[in-house]
Structure formats: C-alpha cells, structure tokens
Ligand binder design. Sequence first.
Ligand code: MSP
Length: 644
Amino acid sequence: MSERFYLTTPIYYPSDHLHIGHAYTTTVADSLARWHRFAGRDVYFVTGSDEHGQKIQRAALAKGVSPQAYVDEIVASFKGLWEKMNIEYDDFVRTTDDRHHRAVQAVFQKIYDQGDIYKSSYEGWYCTPCETFWVESRLEDGHCPDCKRPVELVEEESYFFRLSKYAPRLLEYIEEHPEFIQPETRRNEMVNFIKSGLEDLCVSRTTFDWGIPVPIDEKHVVYVWFDALTNYLTALGYPEQGELMEKWWPADLHLVGKEIMRFHTIIWPIMLMALDLPLPKTVFGHGWLLFDSDKMSKSKGNVVDPLVLIAEFGVDPIRYFLMREVSFGQDGNFSRKALIERTNADLANDLGNLLNRTLSMLDRYFSGIVPEPAASPNAIDQALIDHANSLGDAVDASLRQYKLNDALVKIWQLIGRANKYVDERAPWNLAKLDDKSELASVMYNLVETLRIVALTIKPFLPETGEKMWQQLGLTDLAAKSLSDVKWGLLPAGTKTAKGDPMFPRIEVEKEEPAKETQKKAEAKKPAAPVQEKPEGVVIGIEDFLKCELVVAEIMEADPIKGADKLLKLQVDIGSEKRQIVAGIAQHYAPSDLVGRRIIVVKNLKPAKLRGELSEGMLLAATSPEGTLELVSVSQAIPAGSRVK
Ligand code: MSP
C-alpha cells in the first residue's frame, strides 16, 4: 500500500478577503500536496473557512446583512482565489456545513458525557479579533498579547473543558514525540506555556448566537475555536468511524501560522486525547510574511491583495516568491521590489534563458529535434548528469523536513549548473567540427536536464512545469512521477517546440512601489527614444573618425545595487580616469575584469544610468546564444592608445 499523507491548512475567517499572508500557507500546503502525489503517495489535502463567532457576527451586522449572506459571499471569493492560484485541494470544509455541525455537536457531547466538560461561569477578558480568552496575568498593558488590540471584559455562564487535567499527559507526549511540534523553537515556546499552568478552557458563549448550539444547552453556542479545530475531523466524516477516518486519521501535517500554534498544540491535542483519538503527527508553525518588516493587517493598511499581484505578474512568480524568499518557519519580508528582483533573476534569467537558449541552439543545429547522445560523457557532462540524477531524491528529502526554500534552491542549483555547462561546453564551437557527435551529446544533456527540471518544478509552479513540458515537445505530463526524474528517459527524436519566453523581464523602473515616490516620478518620465541601429548604411571615413576609440584599462569593477545587469567600471584611458556603466553583469564577474584592456568610445556624450554617471561606452560582441564578450587587446597595447 502506498504511503499516505493527510495535510491541512488553517480554515480562514471570512471576516474579510484574504491577503497574501493567507495565500502563503495555502501555497505551501498545495506544493507539498502536489509533491507527495507526484512521489506516488496517497494524499488528502483539506482547507476551508471558519465562519462562526463574534467577529463574523459583528462584521455582518456592520454591513447590514445576515451572517450567512455575509460569509457566503466571502467564502466564494476564497474559492475563487484558490482556483486562480492553482490550489488543488481535496475538500473544503465550511463550518456552516451540516456535516460540520454534526461533528462539532458529537465532539462536545462525547467530552461532556465523560465528565471533561462542566458548567460554571466565566469572568475574564476576551479578544474578539483573535477569538481568544485571556486571564488577566497574560495581558500586556490591558491588551491582547497576540494582536496587541484592546480586550473586552466578559461575564457569562459557560461550559468549561478540563484542559488542566490533561496537561501532564500532553507534556509527556510532546517530550516523547519531537516531530509533533515543529520547528523546535516553537516546541520550546509551547512547552513553556503549558508549564506555566493551563487553566480550564471556556468552550461556550451566550452573548451572541452565530455558532453551533451546544447540544445539551441550546442557550449556548460552541466556542469558535472548539468548533473550528473540529474541521480536521469533519473532512473525514466524523463522527462516523468510516473508511475516511480509518484511512486518513491521524493527520500527517497541520500547517499553521505561528500565532495559532497554541490552539493546535495544546487545545486540539487535548480535545483528541479526550476523544480517545491519536494526535496528528506534526503541527508546523511557520513564520509571518511581513510587509516592510511589519505584520500585514487591514487596520495598518498594509495588506497585499494576491489577486492584484496575480493580475500583474501571473501566478507562478507569486508562488515562487512565497516559497523561495522565506526560510520556512521564520518570518520573511514581502515587497514588490523583492518580488520583481526574484522573478527577473531566477525565473526570467536563470530558468527562462536556459530554456530559450537551449531550444534556440537545438533549432539551429538539429532543426529542433533531440539528437541521439552519441559521444561518451566527459567529466563535465558526467557532473551535470549526476547532479540532475540526484535532484528528485534531494528535493524529496528537503520536503520531508518541510524545507521548501531548500528544495527550490536545489532545483535552481541544477539550473545554474546547466547554464554554466552551456558556457563550458560552448556548443557553438562544437558546431564547427565535422564530427557532430559531441554537439549531439551536449544538446541532449541540456534538453534532458530541462526535462528533469520541468518535472521537479511542476508541484511548485504548475503552469511553468506544463509550459516547459510543451516546449520540450513531451506529452503525458500528468502521468509522470518521481520515478521519471531519472537520467536518460528523454527519447531521442523528440520534436521540441520553442515558444515565447515564459517570464519576460519586468522593467524595474516602471514597477516601483507607490511608496517610493522618487522612483515613481522617474518612471513617469517619458522613456528615452530607442537608438536605432542602422545596418548596411555606408559612411565616409570622416564619419568614422568622429568616433574616438581608445584602449582603456579596467581599474575597478563593482555591482550596482538594484541593477542586476549593470556594472560600474573605473577605467584608465591614458589621459584620465573615467567611470563607465555597462550592461555586462550577467556575463562577467567584477573580479574577472580588473586589469583587462578594453576598447571604449571616448567622446560619447556622458549619460546617467540608474543614477550613476557613465562617461563613455565599451565595445562588446554578442553570440547568437546571447553570451557577450568584451572586445579586448593584449597587455602590449597601453591604455590611451587610439583604435582606428
Ligand atoms: N480561523 C482561524 C484558524 C482556525 S484553524 C482551525 C484563523 N484564521 S485567519 O483567517 O486569521 O488565518 C490565520 C492563518 O492565516 C495563519 O495562521 C496563517 O496560516 C495565515 N496568515 C495570516 N496572515 C499571515 C501572514 N502575514 N503571514 C503568514 N501567514 C499568515 O486564525
């Protein structure tokens, strides 16, 4: 029987529309689910909406609609967002579903019947935005220690759940199961919280009615967290002990944000202990996605709407950014600038160029048809082959430890390796040889690497994986699995179909965030007219002599922050030192340039590029594959020598 994997996201409050922080958890869950399916595991992936409680009731009231009408509209937008983001869940639990109503009442009744729920009265503090009860000693200056907002004094008759009774058993369980709470820092926080003393939990409310009635006392509605946590069982048909419960419980992974770890690692396991059900294998508490280092929240006005981003950049750049930029478990920053830079560097340059240049060369040398790899591999080929062959297992190992960004780094290391391979094996030189067998092997190796990249990328970036597959001329992607991430399965004779670049570069000047007013103003300036490059025009010698070409020695070379194509060079042109800004950063490392003697146009009108003065222009030639070489002279020619 294949290994099974049941994973869940939190069920989101439809008190408002979702922002990019919510999309973060769900994107991670979806990629994990897709990966495990791809690895041949049996996967069940559940998400949903947490629709009851005081917060929702108040929001509906403020809008003048019924709570049900209010949540129906917002939940529809959740589903629309997940569809747009290519989230493939197996079930969506709404806490207003009848099946959930039944599950919650059954849970409450069972725990009540065995004496772990009792009636008393509550007098204490309540944070409505977090739907959390607080004892006075945990408040911070009279505010909620989690969201820092004011709390309200609540006095009402309530049912209580005997959390305190189960605390020793829970501590023991946590100690014996180090994989239960991850990452480790969160485990320590939770252990300290439990050790500082657990109060019995209030599990019913009477001052509003938007909730599931307590089965033994209809004046009360079930506390919204007790209600919400049960969704993980609702999806399996609880209270029926049917096939679903048998097959999927206990869950393998509850993915949650760090602020709701307490509910998932204290209240939820104690509910399960009281129900005599096994505990989930892992609750992983990830960090927050911050906006300019601050938590996103509607009241701060810094929420980022994923739909707006998708409309502008497409889905996969967003999915990629969320998983690549943030080390899973820790907080990470979202900014438009970082999103654009990531997209340009990793998707447009590294991945997009590899696909494009490979398929262009294949078109040129083999009419787009994958050749037989005729020559036996040399050491460089073998290194690429070994790297590609080990990728599937390496990514699987990272994902089993929930290290999503590590997994992507591993894929991009192979992409980087393949780009370097193009330069090292220089197919354009091999194409000049009469014997084309080595060229055939090199081209095969490149397309085969791309096939392996497409397969491993697809669970993270479904659209990109599919587009690559299509351009590679391959079929039947849906039927492929981790066992296909193995070198040599690409059939020779495959007819590729090079398409448009998958990720056109985003011009940063036009895409600065609204906040950065100066750059925005710059972006509004009319673009400089594109210089025509006339070809076939005959000029006289007097025209050529107007152009003062001299030998220059590069003294220093430095990157320019925020401009990944440009380098800033300090050059000696004999008579003086000059600064030249050149678009060569993707072809030369600064350290490789110092000491070179190059040719520059000395009498070109100075210009400013990215705020840096450029006093001249260097000469370079570009190969059909897009590699660039500086026009240079040997050390025998001193700086300042005229070129004519
Ligand atoms: N309804 C509860 C969860 C009940 S689960 C049984 C809830 N809902 S929520 O709508 O507030 O969503 C909380 C979850 O959204 C977080 O735990 C986290 O997974 C995700 N995020 C919300 N904002 C986030 C960020 N800024 N960054 C990362 N994740 C964030 O709590």
